[in-house]
Design a protein around this ligand. Structure first.
Ligand code: 5GP
Length: 186
């Protein structure tokens, strides 16, 4: 990527672990951070806004951008495509923002290969039981999807040591403080 002013931060963790909530807490205290908006082929959840939470696209649209080499990384997760559009990330870095890529592990490994020194953070649940409780209490997924995501979470946890930092999201404020310190320290 071209001359970067901001930092690129890989930011992963199992579905339901509270990555979004931790990020919101970080952004409140450090207005220089931005979340990259991914393209996805999954259907919007209630309350999700196109262009804000994701760009919701068709599989054909997604594949068109693959052909144009327009993704920094992309992966399939629970039957859908997810990918980070290159241009958007470059523009935000050039504007001086620290850009968080909230992505699953397969995509994260692709980015680590391209940028071995990249700052990477994996958010860990206090336990798998607690993760299941959080996924269920969100109430946005059916049973089959919840089970699929839990299975996926267990697999993803095996990659946590590939990240420079692991942050346990038990107490929210502590997790926010830790992420703030990590980006400040780098
Ligand atoms: P969800 O469907 O819960 O929004 O996201 C499912 C998983 O896909 C999460 O782990 C999320 O971080 C990841 N994800 C979101 N956007 C991207 C992306 O652009 N690329 C990759 N590889 N994963 C993504």
């Amino acid at each position: 990527m071209s001359s970067k002013k901001g930092k690129l931060v890989l930011y992963s963790g199992a579905s339901g672990v509270g990555k979004g909530t931790v990020f919101s807490g970080v952004k409140e205290r450090n207005p220089n951070v931005r979340l990259s908006v991914s393209n996805t082929t999954r259907a919007p959840r209630e309350g999700e806004i196109d262009g804000v939470h994701y760009n919701f696209v068709t599989p054909e649209e997604f594949e068109r951008l693959i052909d144009l080499d327009g993704y920094l990384e992309y992966a399939r997760y629970c039957g859908n495509y997810y990918g980070t559009p290159k241009k958007q990330v470059e523009d935000m870095l050039d504007a001086g923002f620290d850009v968080f890529l909230e992505i699953e592990v397969k995509g994260a490994l692709q980015v680590m290969e391209k940028y071995p020194d990249i700052l990477s953070i994996f958010i860990v649940p206090p336990s798998l039981g607690e993760l299941e409780r959080r996924l269920r209490s969100r109430g946005t997924e059916d049973e089959e999807t919840i089970l699929k995501r839990l299975e996926q979470a267990k697999e993803e946890m095996e990659y946590k040591d590939r990240y420079k930092f692991n942050v346990v999201n038990d107490d929210l404020q502590t997790a926010v403080d830790e992420v703030l310190n990590i980006i400040k320290g780098e």
